[in-house]
Design a protein around this ligand. Structure first.
Ligand code: ZN
Length: 242
């Protein structure tokens, strides 16, 4: 859908189906894959620091990539998927110069269960890979309603989260649909703390922290998360002070 027809739809009122489409981010579907085993690991915002950790998927392949930086306190990718990215179809991240916040735009999601969050992550990865034909899940990190932060795509690789704007851009997604729900206080707090730690780690200023709709025409990250992001980046907000 081009920008003009999107705007036209936005102005002219929308059916539920069109709203669901426009609220989406990256074409994530809703298919579920049961039986994923998860090791619950609560995130501890005060304990986020970068450690070097070589993921399992680099151990046995013929491809090589530098070990990604995984933050202590972030739930590792190996907790929710055994799938490996199609490295031959990715680009190196390059120097990180911006951070972009998203929602998944699927059905509202309030569960604080780690296994539910892991299943949702896997369904998104599956939609991005099988549905969109991407190399891997599009985002680098995902925040769930309990405030856990999950590792998704390696930050050594460009993501697939803002069309034509993925170079040097870390994608952080908050699970849920923030056209239709408001972020939990735990998710908002974690998002603030985590994005602040990314800003410090990569020396990214608050003026380089965006939401998806600030770069491309889309409803993402939904009106309610957009409002939270505007507040936290404004004077006196947590990210403005980061
Ligand atoms: Zn988005």
């Amino acid at each position: 859908m081009d920008q003009i027809s999107r705007r036209h739809l936005l102005r002219s009122g929308l059916g539920a189906g069109a709203l669901a489409f426009l609220a989406g981010c990256g074409g994530a579907g809703t298919s579920r894959r049961p039986g994923i085993r998860v090791t619950p690991r609560a995130s501890d915002a005060s304990d986020w620091e970068f450690v070097s950790q070589k993921p399992d998927w680099l151990e046995n392949g013929t491809v090589s990539a530098p070990p990604p930086s995984v933050m202590k306190g972030v739930v590792p990718r190996s907790s929710w998927t055994r799938a490996t990215p199609k490295l031959w179809d990715t680009n190196p991240m390059g120097r990180v110069s911006r951070i972009t916040v998203h929602h998944d735009g699927m059905t509202p999601f309030m569960s604080t269960s780690s296994s539910s969050a892991a299943q949702r992550l896997e369904s998104i990865r599956n939609a991005h890979v099988s549905g969109n034909g991407w190399a891997d899940i599009g985002y680098h990190y995902v925040v769930d309603p309990a405030g856990r932060v999950w590792e998704a795509r390696s930050t050594t690789l460009q993501g697939a989260h803002v069309k034509d704007n993925n170079e040097g851009n870390i994608g952080v997604m908050v699970m849920g649909n923030y056209e239709q729900q408001v972020p939990t206080s735990a998710a908002s707090k974690s998002l603030d703390d985590f994005v602040a730690s990314l800003m410090r780690r990569y020396q990214v200023g608050v003026s380089r922290v965006f939401t998806h709709r600030e770069i491309r025409p889309t409803a993402c990250p939904g009106v309610n998360l957009q409002r939270v992001m505007e507040s936290t980046r404004s004077r006196g907000g947590a990210l403005a002070r980061a």
